[in-house]
Write a protein that binds this ligand. Sequence first.
Ligand code: TXA
Ligand code: MG
Length: 335
Amino acid sequence: MNPIEQALTLLKAGKLVAIPTETVYGLGADARNTDAVKNIYLAKGRPANNPLIVHIPHLDALKEWAIDIPDIAYQLAKAFWPGPLTFILTRHPSVPKIVTGGQESIAIRIPNHPVTLELLRRFDGGIAAPSANRYGRISPTTTEHVRTELGARVNYILEGGACLLGIESTIISLLDDTPMILREGSISATDLSAVLKQPILTKQQKQEPSEIQNDLIVPGSHISHYAPITPLYLCQQEKFLDTVLKFFRNHKRLCALSFSVQANELSENGVPNDLIAKWIMAIENPVMYAQKLYAYLHDFDATNSDCILIESPPDTEAWAAITDRLQRAALSMLD
Ligand code: TXA
Ligand code: MG
């Protein structure tokens, strides 16, 4: 049996299959099989009221999952599907409520990955799939990440290579007349309003930065999303070098992702090499940065360092989705 056939057989039997997409890997199950969907929540450790995205094979299938579909949904689908854009629409009454976390709305997208598109076409149904990580952790962008993260909790992992985009889809609510972005992703508000020729609202993430006492943090003591286990700090560009040196003076062994400071500047400032677990120069292109970000965070975690320091990206729309994920992953914004 080839891998797609194997995945197909397991999905039909109500098992969990990790699927590749262009954004991140998903933890998939037959969206119409209540027991299978329940197992997604269990495998992730995710609260039952946090709804899943249903992945469908083609636009014709949309009406099997949603009702009252506005015209703008079709306009956006024509422009961006298959692709990293998830619609929030009104749930079709036939969709099990466990998929939508008990809500009357449903999240739907057609992913743009050849392997998963073929799987979806042959499955001829919907695959409910959140990102294939434990609840609150970093999304996986390779099968190795999925394996490390979920182990035996997933019945099969379908290989699809490293995810091309690397961050989760843009989520747009089409429930009201004015569409609203609920989660930023590779498709920006500007891209969406260019197609719809109308303004798009953005739900600004309201976050109170947590208080840090000295710089002693208990790993895992914070509740956040998209987070590595190692405490992560975001730091403004102008103060990055000073902050890093301060951490080193406190004998912290750290990993960093920096635009402006090279590792050799640290040696020049007297930093011993053994305190630098990993030092990565950030890619200046936001598309390429996004592609690599979660892999860096997974690698940083694997070093068992005291902390991760990340230099804030530029404050522009092209970096908005990345900054959103970094802020969610960070314990605090150091300025
Ligand atoms: O790129 C992606 O979107 C990936 C790939 C696998 O498709 N999936 C993904 O799923 O990121 P997940 O479950 O990790 O994130 C989906 C987000 C969750 O925050 C969930 O609360 C939200 O979408 N969501 C799902 N259904 C919703 C609904 N009906 N209304 C509002 N938010 C919803
Ligand atoms: Mg997720």
